[in-house]
Design a protein around this ligand. Structure first.
Ligand SMILES: Nc1ncnc2c1ncn2[C@@H]1O[C@H](COP(=O)(O)OP(=O)(O)OP(=O)(O)O)[C@@H](O)[C@H]1O
Ligand SMILES: [Mg+2]
Length: 249
């Protein structure tokens, strides 16, 4: 029996080109990348330093614009949006987790998690936020402030905040870059669980094969081009693939 699974792309770029600067100093950070990030999946973007990972994420998420090509969130072509609509899209349909946790120090954990909803004047889905608090394991820390939490706990707050508004897709750029391996492992496990338990979509940039192994699929960039995709990655398989990019000495 053959089963065909049709997956919708939560985000995608087609023929994405991004050139920084001009003239002799122009840098072609993306050189014709086409990639889709399927809904309900956890995709990792890997590649050597300078290969264009952050640029791809920023352009796919509407934080930066492409020089040519298209970027879509769901069915929305980002190039058709004016600044105001782009801001609304980033606020309402996309979540972000960065290496620096970017929590507001004067707000409690609970207030940080609902901050995007509060800023948008949305009541949000209180059952969803309540369930998220259990997924990230912070119920007993809700009234603490970020300075009273470990780095791993702070990043778990940032993960809950990113998912609070039920975004189409959460983008994470090196979310474990500031964490020790144990806390990092917890945050990665959390991202994976959130995708599997709630059907949300995560796209994560990382240079760490162990981090990438938490994803459902890895896409590899080199010199601004998509060079490979790998399903069901393991750290060893990813490491082997990455070795192929290294310049022989
Ligand atoms: N604002 C910018 N202006 C000029 N060049 C830039 C800018 N941002 C990135 N670049 C260049 O574009 C290329 C891709 O950068 P990008 O930050 O996307 O790489 P990356 O894969 O995320 O690397 P890393 O693993 O080091 O974070 C690099 O050559 C970088 O120097
Ligand atoms: Mg980067």
């Amino acid at each position: 029996m053959t089963t065909t699974t049709v997956t919708r792309a939560a985000a995608r770029v087609v023929d994405a080109v991004k050139v920084y600067g001009g003239g002799d100093t122009a840098v072609r950070a993306l050189d014709g990348v086409s990639v889709d990030f399927p809904a309900g999946r956890f995709t990792a973007i890997m590649g050597p330093s300078g290969s264009g990972k952050s640029t791809l994420m920023h352009c796919a998420a509407g934080l930066d614009t492409l020089t040519s090509g298209t970027a879509r969130i769901g069915d929305t072509d980002l190039s058709t949006l004016d600044d105001r609509r782009l801001t609304l899209l980033r606020r309402d349909r996309v979540g972000f987790v960065f290496q620096a946790f970017n929590l507001v120090p004067t707000l409690t954990v609970a207030e940080n998690i609902t901050l995007p909803l509060d800023l948008a004047g949305r009541r949000g889905d209180t059952e969803w936020v309540d369930a998220l608090i259990d997924v990230v394991g912070l119920r007993d820390r809700l009234h603490h402030r970020p300075a009273e939490l470990s780095g791993g706990q702070q990043q778990r707050v940032a993960v809950a905040r990113a998912f609070a508004g039920r975004p189409d897709v959460v983008f994470a750029d090196e979310p474990t870059g500031n964490l020790d391996s144990r806390s990092g492992g917890e945050v990665l496990g959390l991202l994976g669980r959130t995708v599997r338990q709630t059907g949300r979509t995560v796209v994560m940039v990382t240079h760490d094969p162990v981090a990438a192994a938490h994803a459902d699929e890895v896409v590899f960039l080199a010199d601004g081009r998509l060079v490979d995709r790998m399903d069901a990655p393991s750290a060893d398989k990813v490491l082997d693939r990455m070795k192929a990019f290294e310049v022989p000495s």
